[in-house]
Ligand binder design. Structure first.
Ligand SMILES: CC(C)(COP(=O)(O)OP(=O)(O)OC[C@H]1O[C@@H](n2cnc3c(N)ncnc32)[C@H](O)[C@@H]1O)[C@@H](O)C(=O)NCCC(=O)NCCS
Ligand SMILES: Nc1ncnc2c1ncn2[C@@H]1O[C@H](COP(=O)(O)OP(=O)(O)OP(=O)(O)O)[C@@H](O)[C@H]1O
Length: 302
């Protein structure tokens, strides 16, 4: 039964889910290269405590995004402008909480858009509808975008390697969430692996497919290919719920440590997947759609 929650309370509930999803992501262990319960991964400026503090600091911004979206009837340019301003204020909250470290910039973007679209659409909307509506919002121009944003690591990687990055992923309606990550999470659960393994499988599936600008800017194409190949090798032996998959995950961990890169984009999309899993009912995902990513993923399950 879907309980209809009054708009202000719903905004707070959605924001709490967004923060909860970020905490679930960071606590998940072992994640190659990323901050987890073992430590900072390949990040010298981040700890688990810092990531937790950062996630909590984003609550206010997510509430504001949800409230603003709830007041709108359409995912229009006006909403985009308002969300961008809130997004930048939320980034400032993050930097204040972390002493200037970029702990969640990509996550504010992805989870902010999804939180806003959940507030805009009726409760119980499907993950597909939430992702599509988030994409509609993201496709509007951002006139307040400061010129220095063009110097971000993601912008540079996009220009140098011609990949769509975080912006392109959102503008396309988060295809990696809908066609790959959420189906992987739910399929791994249905195969009765532990919840930790289902989430790790989801992260690894994302790492195997994503053009992650975090990896590209630190390690270039060679590193991205090594990450994707290592992640695919975990999946081809049945995922992290198997002994062989676990051994290959450890190997991937060592590869990523030696390359000194970090799959931050995959981590963001894992958190976004966990948010959709919390707020969109299971079974509402397109079951018929088969993308190349899913076909590839299906091959490791056979
Ligand atoms: C679009 C954003 C992410 C900036 O992206 P850009 O690539 O220029 O910058 P930056 O390198 O700082 O951040 C990119 C981050 O996205 C993540 N990421 C990397 N690759 C990918 C990918 N392929 N898919 C998804 N996320 C990715 C990583 O965590 C990375 O750190 C965003 O920060 C932004 O424009 N913010 C402005 C505020 C705004 O509009 N907010 C409104 C909605 S909440
Ligand atoms: N558990 C996690 N560990 C590390 N990064 C994460 C994690 N979860 C999400 N991320 C994402 O990774 C991004 C940080 O990655 P990274 O530090 O590589 O970015 P950067 O600041 O652009 O680069 P650099 O640190 O090389 O200067 C954040 O935007 C954040 O959203």
């Amino acid at each position: 039964m879907n309980v209809v929650v009054a708009a202000p309370l719903r905004s707070e509930a959605l924001a709490a889910h967004a923060v909860g999803a970020l905490l679930d992501e960071v606590e998940l262990t072992p994640k190659p290269g990323l901050v987890d319960r073992r430590g900072g991964g390949t990040h010298t400026d981040m700890t688990l405590t810092l990531m937790r503090r950062s996630a909590h600091a984003l609550y206010r911004g997510f509430v504001e995004m949800a409230r603003t979206a709830a007041e709108h009837l359409l995912p229009d340019q006006n909403l985009r402008v308002q969300l961008a301003a809130i997004g930048r204020r939320t980034e400032a909250d993050m930097y204040e909480a972390t002493g200037g470290v970029n702990t969640h910039r990509g996550a504010i973007w992805a989870l902010g858009l999804l939180t806003a679209s959940a507030a805009l659409l009726p409760e119980g909307s499907s993950a597909e509808d939430l992702a599509r509506t988030a994409g509609l919002i993201a496709r509007h121009p951002d006139p307040g975008c400061p010129a220095k944003a063009l110097l971000s690591h993601g912008s540079r990687a996009r220009a140098q390697y011609g990949v769509p990055g975080a912006r392109g992923q959102a503008q396309a309606g988060f295809p990696h969430l809908i066609d790959l990550a959420l189906p992987t999470l739910r399929r791994s659960r249905a195969a009765r692996v532990s919840e930790v393994c289902a989430r790790l499988d989801t992260l690894v599936a994302l790492m195997a497919e994503l053009d992650d600008t975090c990896v590209l800017h630190r390690g270039g194409v060679h590193a991205l290919e090594a990450v994707r190949d290592g992640a695919s090798r975990v999946l081809t032996v049945g995922g992290t719920g198997t002994a062989a998959g676990r051994a290959r995950l450890s190997q991937l961990d060592r590869t990523i440590a030696s390359l000194g890169v970090s799959p931050g984009g995959a981590a963001d999309l894992l958190a976004a997947t966990l948010l959709l899993d919390r707020i969109a009912p299971a079974g509402s995902i397109r079951a018929q759609h088969v993308s190349p990513a899913m076909t590839k993923e299906a091959s490791w399950r056979n």
